[in-house]
Design a protein around this ligand. Structure first.
Ligand SMILES: [Zn+2]
Length: 165
């Protein structure tokens, strides 16, 4: 599952199409919405596949704003802050075993996940958390980096307006 972003009147190869899977798309959309509220407000549905988007002039203005912030290091700074915030989130209780470290359901019994993990063999224990009962915070699944922003800026510059599908 992902977000397919189509250029409406592309003038460059990069402007024809941009794709992020959902894990990459949501942090990117959040970055755009919080950093450029004036330039992004014409599009309501940034987070869904509803065909919403921006016109050619706004896409170009947004591309220029992003490129300016890429050059100044502002995007890299945002990425550092984002990573630090996500990295500081505490681990969560494993949703498969509810923190027990073993799973006693039918699958757990079939595959031996219902026994505590043996530290020597690495066998046993809940397969969702390697038997620890804890998993990284959900937000760690959502990556963000300046390179992805750069790719989207290149798309924006040449797309002639876009739709998120
Ligand atoms: Zn678990």
């Amino acid at each position: 599952m992902g977000m397919d972003v189509y250029g409406k009147a592309p003038t460059t190869d990069a402007g024809e199409y941009f794709r992020n899977n959902v894990w990459w798309w949501h942090p990117l959309a959040d970055f755009l919405l919080t950093t450029y509220p004036d330039l992004t407000e014409a599009c309501t549905y940034w987070h869904s596949n509803d065909g919403d988007g921006l016109d050619a002039a706004t896409s170009l203005a947004l591309a220029e704003a992003i490129e300016r912030d890429l050059a100044s290091g502002k995007v890299a700074e945002y990425a550092r802050r984002y990573e630090a915030e996500v990295g500081a989130l505490p681990d969560e209780e494993c949703t498969i075993c509810r923190g027990a470290g073993i799973r006693t359901d039918a699958i757990g019994q079939e595959y031996g996940y219902d026994q505590p993990r043996d530290p020597d063999t690495g066998k046993g224990g809940c397969n969702g958390c390697s038997g620890t009962g804890r998993t990284p915070a959900w937000e760690t699944h959502y990556p963000f980096d300046a390179e992805n922003v750069k790719g989207f800026a290149a798309f924006l510059r040449g797309c002639g307006g876009f739709e998120i599908c």
